[in-house]
Design a protein around this ligand. Sequence first.
Ligand SMILES: NC(=O)C1=CN([C@@H]2O[C@H](COP(=O)(O)OP(=O)(O)OC[C@H]3O[C@@H](n4cnc5c(N)ncnc54)[C@H](OP(=O)(O)O)[C@@H]3O)[C@@H](O)[C@H]2O)C=CC1
Ligand SMILES: O=C(O)[C@@H]1CCC=N1
Length: 273
Amino acid sequence: MELSEVNRRGLGLLGCGKMGSALLEGWLARGLALSAVWVTDPHPSDWLRGLAAKGLRLNEGLPASPAIVLIAVKPQMMAEALPTLTALGNGSTLFLSVAAGTSIAHYESVLGAGTPIVRAMPNTPAAVGRGITALIGNAHASAEQLALAETLLSAVGQTVRLETEAQIDAVTGVSGSGPAYVFHLIEALAAAGEAEGLPPALAMQLARATVTGAGELAHRAPDSAEQLRVNVTSPGGTTAAALKVLMDPETGFSPLLRRAVKAAADRGRELGQ
Ligand SMILES: NC(=O)C1=CN([C@@H]2O[C@H](COP(=O)(O)OP(=O)(O)OC[C@H]3O[C@@H](n4cnc5c(N)ncnc54)[C@H](OP(=O)(O)O)[C@@H]3O)[C@@H](O)[C@H]2O)C=CC1
Ligand SMILES: O=C(O)[C@@H]1CCC=N1
């Protein structure tokens, strides 16, 4: 099943906020027809309204048997939103969920045990084609349906298949939530620059360019992250002085990120209860 099949049978989107929009934007850029998209969202953005004026179906329900339905509502809205989709369960429609926490077993219990489901965890760099999405299907998702989910998700970045659903909470802690840690790094780096006497705008410009530049270098260079770090670090120099603080085994980055990623993964597990 390829994009032509989606254009023929349609794609439903339940919840089109930050993540749903990022994915939809990428798919439209890759050839998904506006006329094949049905979106349900109580407060559509101006962008969505603009697309509706050009042929996307907004809050008009769903087609009789869409190839795929993307579920992109917050886990907290799931109890209200999911029952609206039960008529499509146990059929040939693939459900693709990006919601943190909500398990495949939960979808099966609401939509029907024979429903093809792919659970995925993307991230917001998908909006610029640089996301990474981990995915796993249930027993009823065919090889073609998994391939379709992968085709769609690879339109907005890299994809990886998981071996077990249990891995997805750790994935959420690393890459799903991860962009927020990096944006906070920019904020914290800029604040530290200000504390060293730089004007706020200059500190922010330096911090943002440094994080995005280092990210691009990590993306393009063949070297390991460790080697890229070593390349910046002159013996006895300024970077070594900073890394002594950041690589402290008790108070440095590693134990801090370990706690942060654990908190995110634990919250994912909690949302799944
Ligand atoms: N943001 C991210 O970085 C990532 C998010 N996710 C997952 O994606 C999902 C969506 O997150 P995100 O896009 O950030 O959240 P948003 O709040 O931006 O988007 C959710 C959208 O769903 C709408 N909505 C609420 N209730 C319903 C309903 N009953 N039917 C249809 N639509 C409804 C919301 O409308 P309103 O605002 O009016 O309530 C909103 O537009 C979550 O499950 C999250 O776990 C996964 C990976 C990364
Ligand atoms: O914060 C959240 O719960 C979602 C899941 C991953 C990123 N955002």
